[in-house]
Design a protein around this ligand. Structure first.
Ligand code: ADP
Ligand code: ASP
Ligand code: MG
Length: 406
């Protein structure tokens, strides 16, 4: 008998009919003799609806209260799925994150799981029940409800797989696997059979929202093989696993994109030691994460400094930067929140030169201007004007031979 963790995302549980269809899938797995823990998201659109409600009441709700609100979405789904299972004659029990002791730190809205006490789940499994767990939520050490950030149900599922030492972890969603690019943008994208944790981690952190970044980190740390599968059709999906030799032959495994960032520039700052920390120190102190950074020479004695932040943090970062500009006697500040980041990811890049020039040439041919560049061993990212996002992604997808032409 194997222990399988199944995770169903928002679209998969988006209506009563779909919840019943999920119950049937759970029953089918059980009929094969497996023990099952099912981790579910809120019904599609529910988390956004709750967020909008909170904004009607208050412009900036306290993060603690927001978590109390947002966690209710998943609580609805666990109850409905358990009821649907019971109605089909299958013993089931639902638990919130707190009830199964998913302990997190106290960073509301983007908490990290620190520990899971799997005792209660194990007891229910031994009693022959299907255990249904609310994703995306936990409690901190003072018993406050926390949430794990958008897409956090993936992380709950993988963390549960680690805590219970599960045999398999299946992520059911509205696509039939991880693709070489977002299939909503690139119709010629191809499903990837196997991908290494490291590549998937880059894809996720560069914008491929099919898996939350933290879930891939967990999977890699605890060596859990994850499979991304479609809820709606049969198939093998994509296996995310440790790197092996056959994978390394692939030069580029995918193109990721991200529309969530904004760019800020402070012009004409003195080109002296310590200036970067004078600029970025106050941004960090406001808990704003900085992604890409470039500094270029203005004139002989001054420099221009540009960096990107999440779009949600754009206004706050701009206000801080305006203050810094005054203090430093800078020429001025500029900003642009209509940018997009496009990235080429592949383990094979480690041993191949020339990918960057190929990438830049392809973009130039389409008249796409590159505003910023950053590289690592296995990825190259560029920032471009938002209006070129689709064209840029499709161009690179075909440049690197990823198009499915059949
Ligand atoms: P769920 O609600 O099941 O968690 P998500 O919407 O979070 O589903 O993730 C699935 C979506 O991720 C797909 O519908 C797809 O548009 C998007 N996506 C982005 N990049 C990729 C990719 N490289 N491969 C597959 N899906 C991707
Ligand atoms: N319901 C949450 C969200 O919409 C968590 C999840 O679905 O993974 O982000
Ligand atoms: Mg998701």
């Amino acid at each position: 008998m194997s222990l399988i963790i199944q995770k169903y995302g928002g679209t998969s549980v988006g209506s009563v009919e779909r919840i019943q269809a999920v119950a049937d899938k759970v029953l089918a797995a059980r009929a094969k003799g497996h023990q099952l823990v099912v981790v579910v998201s809120a019904m599609s659109g529910e988390t956004d609806r709750l967020l909008a409600l909170s904004r009607e009441v208050c412009e900036q709700p306290r993060p603690r209260e927001l978590d109390v609100l947002l966690s209710t979405g998943e609580q609805v789904t666990i109850a409905l799925l358990s009821m649907a299972l019971e109605a089909k004659g299958c013993a089931a029990v639902s638990f919130t994150g707190g009830q199964v002791c998913i302990l997190t730190d106290n960073v509301h809205n983007k908490a990290r799981i620190t520990n899971i006490d799997a005792e209660r789940v194990s007891t229910s499994l031994k009693e022959g029940k299907v255990v249904v767990i609310a994703g995306f939520q936990g409690i901190d050490e003072n018993g406050n409800i926390t949430t794990l950030g958008r897409g956090g149900t993936d992380t709950t599922a993988v963390a549960m797989a680690a805590a219970l030492n599960a045999d398999e972890c299946h992520i059911y969603t509205d696509v039939d696997g991880v693709y070489t690019a977002d299939p909503r943008i690139v119709s010629k994208a191809q499903r990837i059979d196997r991908i290494a944790y490291e590549e998937m981690l880059e894809m996720a952190s560069l914008g491929s929202k099919v898996l939350q970044i933290r879930s891939v980190e967990f999977a890699s740390k605890y060596n859990i093989s994850l499979r991304v599968l479609s809820t709606f059709e049969d198939g093998l999906g994509t296996l995310i696993t440790a790197e092996d030799e056959s994978m390394e032959q692939v030069l580029i495994s995918g193109i990721a994109h991200n529309r969530d960032e904004a760019k800020l520039t402070i012009r004409g700052v003195p080109d002296t030691p310590g200036i970067a920390s004078r600029i970025l120190g106050p941004i960090a102190a406001a808990n704003i994460e900085v992604d890409m950074i470039i500094q270029d020479i203005g004139d002989e004695k001054s420099a221009n400094f540009t960096f990107t932040v999440h779009r949600n943090d754009y206004q706050t970062a701009m206000t801080i930067l305006e203050g810094t500009a005054k203090e430093l006697g800078a020429e001025g500040v500029d900003g642009d929140d209509r940018i997009a980041k496009i990235s080429v990811v592949g383990l094979g890049m480690r041993s191949h030169a020339g990918i960057a020039s190929q990438m830049f040439a392809a973009l130039a041919e389409e008249g796409i201007n590159i505003q910023m560049i950053s590289t690592s061993e296995i990825k190259i990212s560029v920032v471009v004007d938002d209006k070129y996002l689709e064209l840029g992604v499709r161009t690179l997808h075909s440049t690197f031979g990823l198009d499915n032409d059949s």
